[in-house]
Design a protein around this ligand. Structure first.
Ligand code: FAD
Length: 470
């Protein structure tokens, strides 16, 4: 435990924002303590978010490929089945190893780790109810709030994590549900819907809004929805869930058109509520020290991640901005650099977003809708993976690259990639955007052949001139 010695930095929360901030602070020579209530480091992302979901997406994708595409590649076998306990165990194993890995990093960097629930006594003191029982007070010259976010529930729907599950329950279902209804067509709903759909569930996604993933470029989104429909995912858009009845053996959802009208009943074995996430500050005592929050409960900070209370900072999901692990990490590093008297910088316009379905959808910068709304004169360059030799060679050619560049200067404004490995391909575009590159800069950069990355080069050529291969 920390004792009463004063720290330079105390971080409340050991998620990607908090643990990265703590390690960075220690690396900068600051005496640092990180407080985490979960009993494991890595936060939402590692324990019940990014990592377990990607483990299951990979396992389910392998099964689906084996079942539906291996034969056409000349790989045949007699039978194939899902061993769900083994699938879940490999996910748990990955999570367990990674959380222990962060503990190792804490030791290596001499970050003091206190397991327990932290709450403010004053702007420089945190009282911790420790997991082993008892209480300790941790003092710090600077305190960083990195308490993250929690599942958002919907009025009238009680999550029991068995039949009505949040994303957390959806990562550990004991059986493959015959019928899975997903409420909310954001990236978490589509990823978890994909997992269970690939291994046998009939998946229906109910969404109040007229579109899936509202932040996505409209043209990409339309094609994306078609690919998901091809995988038998059903969509009920502009539809409101009025109530959920769990009294019978199957769950009955009463639905209504968003604009009003006749109600219908939809049956499900399991319902996944994935209607977004809310900042988590319960029990933290923010009122006590007077930290300002907005209407959505997010902690307000300036460009240096400082709250209105001197010495108290906040980063990650608990402040405004994209609720993503890599954004939380960037916040953490920059915040600590400021505390150490250096400069830090996070540009939220350069934060890539990835949906890890198949194909994946990755984007950075502006959508065509945003560029239009800003009244910028622009050009669009597109290249389909159907014309990319590597994608054809491996018979996985659903998707495209779309680049938006300013008409006059050719400066890249946004890049959108839908491809099996779009989440990896996007980083060339992130770098280009970060360095203020033009599409011609990408087009004149030599790309290895045959790679999926060549599609980005060709889309760049198409932006200011003509592509070669289409
Ligand atoms: P968190 O990760 O939420 O960590 C906060 C930590 O603080 C928690 O461990 C909590 O226990 C602890 N804490 C809270 N209050 C206290 C207290 N008072 N005292 C002590 N400890 C406290 N993002 C991506 O970028 N890519 C993805 O693929 C991705 N997939 C996701 C899939 C799912 C199913 C979910 C739910 C989320 C996913 N996310 C993904 C989002 C990502 O998990 C979050 O953006 C990220 O975890 C935010 O990091 P954070 O450090 O701000 O908060």
């Amino acid at each position: 435990a920390s004792g009463s010695e004063e720290n330079d930095v105390v971080v409340i929360g050991g998620g990607p924002g908090g643990y990265v901030a703590a390690i960075k602070a220690a690396q900068l020579g600051l005496k640092t303590t990180c407080i985490e209530k979960r009993g494991a480091l890595g936060g939402t992302c590692l324990n019940v978010g990014c990592i377990p979901s990607k483990a299951l997406l990979h396992s389910s994708h392998m099964y689906h490929k084996a079942k539906h595409s291996f034969a056409s590649h000349g790989v045949k076998f007699d039978s194939i089945e899902v061993d769900l306990p083994a699938m879940l165990a490999q996910k748990d194993n990955a999570v367990g190893n990674l959380t222990k890995g962060i503990e190792g990093l804490f030791k290596k960097n001499k970050v003091n780790y206190v397991k327990g629930y932290g709450k403010f006594l004053s702007p420089s003191e945190v009282s911790v109810d420790t997991l082993e029982g008892g209480n300790t007070v941790v003092k710090g010259k600077n305190i960083i709030i990195a308490t993250g976010s929690d599942v958002k529930s919907l009025p009238g729907i009680t999550i029991d994590e068995e039949r009505i599950v949040s994303s957390t329950g959806s990562l550990s279902l004991k059986e493959i549900p015959k019928k899975l209804v997903v409420i909310g067509a954001g990236y978490i709903g589509l990823e978890m819907g994909s997992v269970w759909g690939r291994i046998g569930s009939e998946v229906t996604v109910v969404e109040f809004a007229p579109d899936i993933v509202p932040t996505m470029d409209g043209e990409i989104r339309k094609q994306f929805q078609r690919f998901l429909e091809k995988q038998k995912m059903k969509f009920m858009l502009k539809t409101k869930v009025v109530s959920v009845d769990t009294t019978a053996s199957s769950v009955k959802l009463t639905l209504e058109p968003a604009a009003g009208g006749d109600q219908t009943i939809l049956e499900a074995d399991v319902v996944l509520v994935s209607a977004g996430r809310v900042p988590f500050t319960a029990g933290l005592g923010l009122e006590k020290i007077g930290v300002e929050i907005d209407k959505a409960g997010r902690i307000l900070v300036n460009e240096r991640f400082a709250t209105n209370i001197s010495g108290v900072y906040a980063i990650g999901d608990v402040i405004p901005g994209p609720m993503l692990a890599h954004k939380a990490e960037e916040d953490g590093v920059a915040c600590v650099e400021y505390i150490a008297g250096k400069e830090g910088h996070v540009d939220y316009d350069m934060v890539p977003g990835v949906v890890y379905t198949h194909p994946e959808v990755a984007s950075v910068g502006k959508t065509e809708e945003q560029v239009k709304a800003l009244g910028i004169d622009y050009r669009v360059g597109k290249f389909p993976f159907l014309a990319n030799s590597r994608a054809k060679a491996i018979d996985d050619a659903d998707g495209l690259v779309k680049i938006l560049a300013e008409k006059e200067t050719d400066k890249i404004l946004g890049v959108h990639i839908m491809a099996p490995n779009a989440g990896e391909l996007i980083h060339e575009a992130v770098l280009a955007l970060q360095y203020g590159a033009s599409s011609e800069d990408i087009a004149r950069t030599c790309h290895a052949h045959p790679t999926m990355s060549e599609a980005l080069k060709e889309a760049a050529m198409a932006t200011y001139d003509k592509p070669i291969h289409i």
